[in-house]
Ligand binder design. Structure first.
Ligand code: ADP
Ligand code: MG
Length: 365
């Protein structure tokens, strides 16, 4: 039963911008929580501060009510799984999993019991006596997971554990890791740069960029309600267009795009749309699937100003279920996907893109 709190955590190396800046996070008991962001954004640094391998420059880390900021790593009760499994290749699975218990001088009977249980947790009970170098990459990663679980840590920390596996194995293993974590009910912090992996596995995701936190939310919310243009672009595909706020009030915000087009976005408490006022600059995120695509009947004039974007099809790609179009809109390349139907459009066709009113989402620039 462990809840992890990071309070105003900062990590600064001499002569560099902060690797982690003013980070506040609460990871709930039993939660599968993911730190997601591009390489160098501060994920490993954050995880290692929770483990105790790195000391924060500022701030506090608490496990439940206990301040562990100055507690040594081996007294924090965390289990860690790394990208390179860090196993002893010539030793058996059982010896690798039991290693941490030998160091802790656990009795032989207790050790056997706990190793068996950990191997069962990761589905490797039949491989107990196999040498590590006789296992596949995915199996080795499960051994590494069992080795972390065998000490029955209160917090499990995983740093890009699937990066060394090929795509198919990565998908299988992520489901296994999530299943094992859920069954064990153990608070887990997972690090990845792979947004699909984060979305598939996590209860909540924290998105970091250059040491700064952009958003913490469940996967669906991160996708449908990105807080910033960075999140909108990093998660899935999105068209992010700069805009100016014309009016904000009640349950909607009216914005104007560069070409004069006026769009309406929902105004939702606790999101950037609730904080903007007339004259502010912001951006709207439009997912590729948020538009209806209509052939432009050729009405005169440029931007209609009525919530429709007029453009020209640059490319058309049939992908099976949907057609994906790249549309030139005032020199911007918009990506649009619509279900395949009879009235397809082709490169060169003038089109009108009509965003579904509830799919226009206001983000911080
Ligand atoms: P991530 O795991 O998200 O790829 P890291 O947490 O490893 O990123 O690194 C975050 C930033 O901190 C990077 O800019 C990295 O260069 C810097 N950094 C990490 N470790 C050190 C160190 N020991 N000394 C100086 N800078 C470091
Ligand atoms: Mg890293």
């Amino acid at each position: 039963m462990t809840r992890v709190l990071l309070e105003s955590i900062e990590k600064r190396y001499p002569g560099a911008a902060p690797s982690v800046a003013d980070l506040d996070l609460t990871i709930e008991d039993g939660e599968f929580f993911t730190l997601l962001g591009p390489s160098g954004c501060g994920k490993s640094t954050t995880l290692r501060m929770v483990a105790g391998f790195i000391q924060p420059t500022r701030g506090r880390i608490l496990f439940n009510d206990k301040d562990v900021t100055n507690t040594a790593p081996n007294r924090r009760d965390t289990g860690m799984v790394f990208q390179n499994y860090a196993l002893f290749p010539h030793m058996s699975v059982r010896a690798n999993v039991g290693y941490g218990l030998s160091v802790r001088r656990t009795s032989r009977a207790e050790k056997t019991k706990r190793v068996d249980r950990a191997l069962e947790q990761v589905g490797l009970e039949r491989y107990a006596d196999r040498r590590i170098d006789m296992l596949s990459g995915g199996q080795q990663q499960r051994v590494a997971l069992a080795r972390a679980l065998v000490i029955q840590p209160s917090v499990l920390l995983l740093d890009e554990p699937l990066s060394n596996l090929d795509a198919k194995l990565r998908e299988e293993t992520r489901a296994e890791i999530r299943g094992t974590q859920e069954a064990a009910g153990i608070t887990s912090i997972y690090v990845t740069h792979d947004q699909a992996e984060a979305m598939a596995m996590s209860d909540r995701v924290a998105i970091l960029e250059s040491g700064r936190l952009h958003q913490v939310a469940p996967p669906r919310e991160v996708y449908h309600r990105p807080a910033t243009s960075f999140v909108a672009r990093f998660i899935g595909r999105s068209n992010v267009l700069a805009c100016t706020i014309l009016e904000a009030g009640g349950d909607s915000v009216q914005v104007q795009l560069e070409d004069g087009t006026v769009l309406r976005a929902p105004r939702v408490p606790g999101t950037p749309s609730a904080d903007v006022s007339r004259g502010d600059t912001a951006a709207v995120s439009l997912r590729p699937e948020s538009f209806a695509v209509l052939r432009d009947a050729g009405s005169a004039g440029a931007g209609t100003g009525t919530g429709e974007l007029k453009g020209t099809v640059r490319t058309a790609e049939f992908t099976g279920a949907v057609n994906v179009y790249e549309v030139d809109w005032n020199g911007n390349n918009l990506v649009v996907s619509v279900p395949d139907s009879e009235d397809r459009v082709s490169p060169g066709d003038p089109v009108v893109l009509a965003p579904h009113p509830d799919r226009v989402w206001l983000v911080a620039p």
